[in-house]
Design a protein around this ligand. Structure first.
Ligand SMILES: [Zn+2]
Length: 133
């Protein structure tokens, strides 16, 4: 699976979500940018995004987020797979360098997560897949 940033497909119309925080008990102050990336294989039905979290121009964390219910990933991966539960909802990717607290980043992501953002993930996923055809 190759993941590419939605912005590379959508262009300037793509807005990267960003938030400024201060005095968090877990995370350094400043702006955090969430760059949503998607698997570009049109044959693959993974329905997830890998989000690169940038802070001060540096990649500090990578979040996996799957918007479908756990049962979808169970079916998709087959019943022998043990990782399906991890694909549903938000989790820190195993490749993440974790330059900041992973608990802090997950908590921040979950606070920001809303229907509008999830709808954007789904739309961007479609657009990236369509571009791969
Ligand atoms: Zn995929």
């Amino acid at each position: 699976m190759k993941f590419i940033p939605a912005g590379e497909i959508i262009g300037e119309a793509h807005q990267v979500r960003s938030v400024k925080i201060a005095k968090s008990p877990q995370l350094p102050d400043g702006e955090y940018r969430f760059i949503d990336t998607y698997c570009s294989d049109p044959e693959c039905d993974c329905r997830k995004t890998m989000i690169q979290v940038m802070h001060k121009g540096k990649l500090v964390s990578v979040i996996n987020y799957g918007w479908e219910p756990a049962s979808f990933y169970q079916k998709w991966m087959g019943s022998s797979a043990k990782d399906e539960a991890k694909m549903h909802g938000a989790s820190i990717d195993i490749t993440s360098q974790n330059h900041v607290s992973s608990d802090g980043i997950l908590a921040l992501f979950n606070v920001l997560l809303n229907d509008i953002w999830v709808a954007k993930f789904k739309q961007h996923y479609k657009e990236v897949k369509a571009a791969g055809k």
